[in-house]
Structure formats: structure tokens, C-alpha cells
Design a protein around this ligand. Sequence first.
Ligand SMILES: *Cc1c(COP(=O)(O)O)cnc(C)c1O
Length: 371
Amino acid sequence: MKSFPSGPAYAPALLTIDLNALAWNWRFLSDTAAPAKAAAVVKANGYGLGTEPVVSTLASAGCRLFFAAQLSEAIAVRNALPNPEIEVGVLNGLMAGEEDAYPEYNLFPVLNDLSQVDRWAAYCASNGARAAAVQLDSGMTRVGLPHYEAEALASDPDRLSGFECRYLMSHMACADDPDHPLNAQQRDRFAAMVPRIPHSHAMLAASSATFLGPAWHFDYIRPGVALYGGRPNTLSANPLRQVIKLEGKILQIQDVDAPQTVGYGAGHKVEKPGRIATIGVGYADGYLRSLSNKATAVLHGVTVPLVGRVSMDLITFDITDVPDAKVGDKMELIGPSHTIDDLADQAGTIGYEILTSLGNRYARRYVGASE
Ligand SMILES: *Cc1c(COP(=O)(O)O)cnc(C)c1O
């Protein structure tokens, strides 16, 4: 297998990224959506896992359509792809002055308002027609043509005649909550525009909406977080495989007793004799400070609580219940026994933020798939 960046030498923590699990997740999402096809969203450095390994693994698995958020990210995605036929889109829109980068790097823009549509049509008129996507805002109020602009485009579809609108798309706001009324409203608003705006393929669902059912699938789904093992919703068991494992080495163990305290702000008070283990991971590594006194990890199969505050480079766990633990042993901070969503719940955030915060100080080991 190809070798990918491995991080600093002597790192105190090891991040293992299972590319087989990533490929399995993409195939599972494809099968779930079939006969619709599956694209892949690889923004933010492949949700923190590395653009090159993620993109080359998904391309080998059969993915033919990728999305990044930013133009520079999309260039990195293009550079990681073996085959110029594979398409790469830029979700955040076409900014004035960036037009030439699209043909140069073989990318397509997602046009997010009417001025972007008109600017792309004008650019294509003098530089030759190229495909683009048009995104409608069906309820996010973020990017995409607002309803009044979508209406204007539907009544004057010639504005699209200078290029191919290859993808007509929209994005869901609440699909991780299957009971939310906005799910059906957004789908209906989008479906009503599908016959009215000329395009080749329609697409709406990201990870969560893929599991709302076939009415949300249209021609393509566009998952991100589920590829990387994130749960689509909290109502049913997560059908995806865990892709990452984060293990930190025990740097030191101290015997403790009341009335000692642990960490900054004396944030934990020791109440009885026990043992505290220190791990070389902190908020500078994306192990969020909001995990102070909240997180757990797994040591020799035993769940142990984080005690005290998360420091920049260090965290402390009460390992009194694991008497055989010793310096150098590895603690599972994230993994099959303690998933990204479990840790996110403890931090009061979402798995997305855990993934995209993963730091640069971990040793990284890529296992499985890819050539
Ligand atoms: C991030 C993003 C996705 C992927 O979303 P997930 O929830 O990670 O599956 C899809 N489409 C758009 C427009 C996005 O911004």
C-alpha cells in the first residue's frame, strides 16, 4: 500500500485510520441509496483524516464525484485523484476572480446565487462551456439560491443555456432528527423545483437524509460524516463502521489520597486512595477542553473517567480500578469501545467537530485499502 504522512516521531499518541472501514462505509451508503449513486464529501482535509488517503481510497472503492468546501481544498482533492474523469466540486460557491482556477484544475463550481449563475454563463460564453452545479436554498438560509432567486431562474431558464447544469442540489437542515417537520418541507420544496430548472442530476441528501428513505435520494446522495464513522441519527444504532482509533500512552502514574487535588484550578478533589494516570494529549490536539471532568476512556477493557481539567498537552484519568496498568500502556481515547459520537456527547458537541479537530501531533497510521 501507498504510504501516507505519518506525523511526528516520538508522538505520545497514535491515530490509526482504517481505510478498509472507510471504503466499506462508502459501499454501504451506495447500497443504501441505490439506484441513486453516492458522491463523497471530503472537505476540511477529509474530515480531518487526510485528503490524499481518503480520496484515493474512495476513488478505488468506486466513487466518481467528490465535493470540497473551498477552492484550495478542491485542488488538493484533484491532485490526489488518479483519473481526470472523476469530478470535483466546490461547495462554497464561485467568487469573482476565481473562474480560471476551475478549468485549470479541472473542477466545477457550485453556483450559490443568481450573480454566480450569470457570471459563470458569461465566463463560459468566452471560454467554452463547462459544467457546474446549481444549489437551491430550501431551508438552511446559508448558501444557495434563496426561494425568490430559484423562482426567477425557473421562469427564465435560458440563464443556464450557456453551460450544463450538471447537478441541481440542495442541503438539509434537520435530517439528523428524523421526526423534524422541516425534512418533508425541504424535500417537497426541492422536488417542486426539479422539473422546473434544467439539469442533468438532482441531489439532496447528505449522510443523515440518506437514512430518511428513498424520497430523499433523487439521483445522487452526498454523504460526509457517515463515511468517517459518524452516526446518521440518534434514534437507531449506527450502521457505519468506526474508522479511527486514538490511543494515548500513559506518561506517568501517581498514587493519590485525600485531600489532594488534580490539575489546573484544583478542578478535581481526590476523596480516597487511588491512582491517577497522565496521558500526553490535550486541547492543543483537539481533545476539547469541554471534556474536563466529563470524558471517559478505555484502559485494559475498563472504562475510566477523566478527572480535572483538560490541559493544553496533558489529561488525567482515575485508573484506581485498573491495578495492573503501568507507564507506557495505551489508553483508548477514541475507538470501537468509545466512538467519536460517544466522545462528542461527553464534550457537548458533534462527531464532526471531534473529527475535524484531530491534531497534527499524533502519529498517524493508515491501515487497509488503497493501493
Ligand atoms: C458538509 C456537507 C455535506 C456532507 O454532510 P454530512 O452531514 O457530513 O454528510 C453535504 N452537502 C453539503 C452542502 C455540505 O456542506
